[in-house]
Ligand binder design. Structure first.
Ligand SMILES: O=C(O)CCC(=O)C(=O)O
Length: 251
């Protein structure tokens, strides 16, 4: 089975050892320093940052920089690397364009995400949207690796196409089909925008730093990263305002 056939049939693939050890060591060192180096950006009003509860302490904890490639050259080099773009070109059958880039730090204790699909019904949102996971350290069940469910992407969007983010209701997938994306630095996992996925809390004493790099096919909107972030920020500001937070900003 080719990689493309596997991706088309299952909705995700894992590729081992795509990136050189040196690049991954540089990225891990960059990620290690990033929260301290950009401490001034880590602010609950800054919509570059995402937060999650700590399941042990209840603390609201910094978890993600979105976007991230403007903060770290190793993250940018990975996102735009020929080895990754060539691989995505194989899956798409045409060139890939970077759409979105985030670094999820997931420190010990931090909660995971309930079952969802990434594709969202915004006008023109690319149906070719896919995400590449690039781990900076071992990702396993204990530190809350992402878990994907094969085949269900073939049903397209499984929630109302109303432009809102939706979790998938219980029973949408058969838990016996769960595939934990167990990854080592250098490996990547790639899953499509319609592939249901979730993650458990990080109950280990280790971090689970991982890039989530999203792309679209050239014929599906071309380069639209700047447009995406403008649209995403406007959407986030509306969401925050609905909860009475009107003083958010992006830096
Ligand atoms: O952290 C994870 O494992 C999942 C994150 C995720 O699903 C997302 O950012 O959409």
């Amino acid at each position: 089975m080719t990689l493309k056939t596997e991706y088309d049939e299952r909705g995700f693939v894992v590729v081992r050892g795509l990136f050189r050890k040196e690049l991954m060591a540089r990225a891990a060192a960059e990620a290690e320093e990033m929260p301290k180096r950009f401490e001034r950006l880590v602010d609950v009003k800054n919509i570059r940052c995402r937060w999650q509860d700590n399941v042990f302490t209840g603390d609201c904890t910094f978890e993600t920089f979105d976007p991230v490639i403007d903060l770290g050259s190793a993250c940018r080099d990975i996102a735009l690397s020929p080895e990754l773009l060539n691989l995505l070109g194989e899956l798409y059958g045409e060139p890939a364009h970077l759409f979105k880039d985030k670094l999820i730090f997931k420190p010990p204790g931090v909660k995971g995400y309930r079952l969802h699909q990434d594709w969202i019904a915004w006008t023109g949102f690319p149906r070719s949207f896919l995400t590449v996971l690039v781990p900076f350290e071992t990702a396993d069940r204990d530190n809350g690796c992402t878990i994907a469910y094969p085949g269900y992407h073939q049903g397209g969007c499984l929630t109302p196409e109303d432009g809102h983010y939706h979790e998938l209701p219980d029973g949408t997938v058969d838990e016996r089909n769960a595939v934990p994306l167990l990854l080592e630095p250098g490996d990547v996992a790639i899953f499509g925008g319609f592939t249901p996925h979730r993650s458990d809390p990080n109950t280990s004493d280790r971090w689970r730093r991982q890039l989530y790099l999203s792309y679209n096919a050239e014929s599906d909107g071309g380069d639209q990263r700047d447009y995406h972030y403008r649209e995403f920020h406007a959407w986030l500001k509306v969401k925050y305002a609905e909860h009475g937070k009107t003083d958010v900003y992006f830096e």
